[in-house]
Design a protein around this ligand. Structure first.
Ligand code: NI
Length: 425
């Protein structure tokens, strides 16, 4: 367990926020737990580095950044005449630091493989008495780990605490949009965080925006819109994730068939055998374990596993074509036929991928109700107005659903696949 620090404040350099200030020994102890240190070994954006070479940053830096944004928001509340209780501030900042504690290797890219969601794993990590994170939290008060878990799981009765960690304008998003934009180099994901801190304030159980801050928050919502198009749902980023999953499924299918590919860690070996992971096993998995396995599988006896592993290592990603839902479903059968004909098992070489995002889902219209949970409200000192009523740009993206459906296939059959999908085959 981490040692207590003296009076000295810890200051960490951070390319997004300049510095992260840790004044309270509780947070330094949390940072030094095994479970938080593990986040150094998990990339924030999965395989996005295969598309944006700079996108290599870790969940650890995002956890610290989320904590730092919350620390600054709470400090700004105090400066603006809304001082908060120190115990409440600790709860909010602890939840911010730990909100992604349950992420596994390659973050969202491999999440469907490990059984429970990253939120559910996170809750187990916070509540299990055997984890260092739990022990540090429980030393504050026996009920504290449960309270932190309640904020992270969005079920804490204190709605303000919940919305500051995960809401429409929360510290999590404020950090990851800035961080992902800076590390990928996608410049239009940036916005003026320092000014956002000056225009948000707590009003009852809600976080609201001063009316004068409307353009600052518009820029933030538009940054989110651009980041979805350019990074989170980028078709080439998706292609890397698809290939990564196919590799692990192939390795697992081979293991179950009695042909055991090398597994560099017993936890991964157990997962390949088809066992559900226990908490220790899950915590043992990180990007390095998975990447080491894929490195070994480049020379596996199985030609499919070997080929898929080499494709990822050498960045020979699958190509894609639009495959809208109203497309003739028989075309997929023709793609399967084509793949088989060319020696590709469709289970490992074809994938239909549907993505969807809504940028601002709370437009209530002129007649709509005033209090919809999750919406952003502008405050002029007397009345609250839902943001999209006053903002043309937000009206423009409110409720817009970006839906894409694509089919992925190896490059060597791309020309024929496109002919089939274009109706010319
Ligand atoms: Ni997060």
């Amino acid at each position: 367990m981490a040692s207590r620090m003296g009076e000295e404040e810890k200051v960490l350099k951070d390319p997004v926020h300049g510095y992260v200030y840790i004044h309270d020994p509780l947070f330094w102890d949390l940072v030094n737990t095994r479970e938080v240190q593990r986040l150094r070994r998990i990339r924030q954006l999965g395989t996005t580095y295969l598309t944006y070479p700079g996108g290599e940053h870790s969940r650890f830096s995002h956890a610290l950044g989320t904590y730092e944004v919350l620390r600054r928001i709470l400090q700004a509340f105090g400066r603006n005449g809304y001082p908060v209780e120190p115990d409440w501030a600790r709860l909010v900042m602890a939840a911010g630091l730990l909100h992604d504690i349950g992420h596994g290797p390659f973050s969202h890219a491999l999440e469907p493989l490990w059984g429970p969601s990253h939120e559910a794993w996170g809750e187990r990590i916070l509540l299990d008495p055997a984890t260092e994170v739990h022990q540090v939290l429980a030393a504050v008060a026996p009920a504290f780990p449960g309270e932190v878990a309640d904020v992270v799981m969005k079920r804490h009765p204190n709605r303000l605490a919940v919305s500051m960690v995960s809401g429409q304008l929360d510290a999590d998003r404020l950090d990851y949009l800035m961080r992902d934009s800076i590390f990928t180099g996608v410049d239009y994901g940036k916005f003026d965080l320092a000014r956002i801190l000056r225009v948000i304030l707590p009003l009852g159980d809600r976080l609201v925006v001063k009316r004068t801050g409307i353009h600052t928050v518009e820029a933030y919502l538009l940054a989110r819109y651009f980041m979805y198009w350019q990074v989170y749902l980028h078709p080439v980023c998706r292609s890397g994730e698809i290939l990564l999953r196919k590799i692990l499924w192939r390795a697992r299918d081979l293991t179950r068939a009695g042909r055991r590919p090398a597994a560099p860690h017993p936890a991964l070996a157990a997962w390949l055998e088809g066992d559900a992971l226990d908490l220790d096993g899950y915590l043992a998995l990180d990007d390095a374990v998975v990447q080491c396995a894929i490195g070994l599988w480049q020379d596996d006896a199985d030609p499919v596993l070997r080929d898929l592993a080499r494709r990822l290592m050498d960045r020979r990603l699958f190509k894609y074509a639009e495959f809208p839902p109203d497309q003739d479903p028989r075309l997929y059968g023709r793609l399967e036929h084509l793949a088989r004909e060319r020696g590709y098992d469709p289970a490992y070489y074809l994938e239909v991928d549907a993505t969807s995002a809504v940028y601002y889902d709370y437009y209530v219209g002129d007649e709509g109700p005033a209090g919809r949970d999750g919406a952003l409200y502008l405050w002029d000192g007397r009345t609250l107005v839902e943001m999209s009523r006053l903002s043309r740009p937000i009206q423009g993206i409110a409720r817009e659903r970006q839906s894409e459906r694509r089919v992925y296939f190896p490059e060597s059959i791309a020309a024929e696949a496109e002919r089939i999908l274009g109706g010319r085959g």
